[in-house]
Design a protein around this ligand. Sequence first.
Ligand SMILES: Cc1cc2nc3c(=O)[nH]c(=O)nc-3n(C[C@H](O)[C@H](O)[C@H](O)COP(=O)(O)OP(=O)(O)OC[C@H]3O[C@@H](n4cnc5c(N)ncnc54)[C@H](O)[C@@H]3O)c2cc1C
Length: 397
Amino acid sequence: MMAAAAASEKCDDVVLIDKNEKLGKKLYITGKGRCNLTNACDADVFFDNLITNPKFLFSSFYGFDNRAAMDFFESCGLFLKTERGNRVFPVSDHSSDVIKALKLRLEHNNVRILNDRRLEDIKILDGRVCGLTASGEYMKADRLILALGGVSYKGTGATDDAFRLAKSLGLKTVPAQPSLVPLTSPDKWTAQVSGLSLKNVSVRLEYRKKEIFEGFGEMLFTHFGVSGPLILSASSYIKEQMYGDGLVLHIDLKDALTHKQLDERILRDFSGSMNKHLINSLDRLLPSGLIPVVIELAGLDPHKRVNGITRAEREALVDTIKDLRVSINGNRGFDEAIITRGGISVKEVDPSTMECRKIKGLYFAGEMLDVDALTGGFNLQIAWSTGHLAGVSAAKE
Ligand SMILES: Cc1cc2nc3c(=O)[nH]c(=O)nc-3n(C[C@H](O)[C@H](O)[C@H](O)COP(=O)(O)OP(=O)(O)OC[C@H]3O[C@@H](n4cnc5c(N)ncnc54)[C@H](O)[C@@H]3O)c2cc1C
């Protein structure tokens, strides 16, 4: 939609083809239906939040950055607001208004919209695009922008068409992998505390004892393992081969306290409940569901009386609270992945135009490229920036 909007500023014969019966099905579910359409951060923060191939995005971002995207939407009549972490949303809190704004621009620029048409094939002659087949119908086209998205959330119409078409054109792809995705654990205790959400915790993700992610914030235990904002971010740093091979999440449940401070705090709590069982003496320190889990992982007897707890046992408790470990053996797959990592190799694409290096008149944009980012509006900004550049470049030619 952004590519078509940009192209139609300079070119009066733009056709937008989508296999869905309506436009923006994935956009509709973004940001829990509110659409976090970009992030109002500085450029360096934007690039810090990009995971794969950030340099590839320099030209497209600087040509149409987050401020330009906000101006674009406001010029389409969409009022925006900025929330915690610079996340930008429509004032209405309705993603449907973002889709409406884009559609309005497309209609204003006389873009012909063809829904329910699936791009099946691209015709190339002498190294140039000359046409395409969509749902059995051949159409002439001297320039074609592909923005087929990722493969996650199939209900939105997502497929692996990008990979299939790239292969048929002889273009290199990087295998698809779910990202920004909840993680699974073989540790049965996570199911025991399913639904428990932790705020203000710090987590470290280690692969074979080497840190690959570190963050502070919110996470959630589920019947299959772990989820929530911190975990989705952590998933962006995991390579497929790491799963089940020494991938461990370390949770610090009391980030604000040092080991010594936590020990003193426990001693204080204990002093008021000397005759209680250990299991009944930690309710001011930990969420109730976690108490039996922490005691078991620390190797302690839950029914031991507090006045009999040794220093070594207290140390084990402190160590477990400061380093609760969850083994990670997989993720929830494309059904629950916010984005797809992998896609058309950036080596195939000229970053200053988004044109395919091998096939003239063929452009790429959005999530189908091998670029991805953390949550916070960054992935949609990638789509706006690359879409805009692809549209402008295609129209210029
Ligand atoms: C639950 C969820 C929440 C998200 N929330 C956010 C958020 O708040 N902020 C954020 O920045 N990002 C968010 N994302 C990620 C963001 O939605 C995507 O990165 C973004 O939509 C990618 O845009 P795109 O245009 O590349 O692909 P898409 O939005 O997936 O669009 C691709 C389009 O191509 C069409 N298509 C595919 N194949 C064919 C074909 N063969 N022929 C014709 N048409 C075809 C599809 O029907 C689709 O309409 C979220 C993702 C999910 C799943």
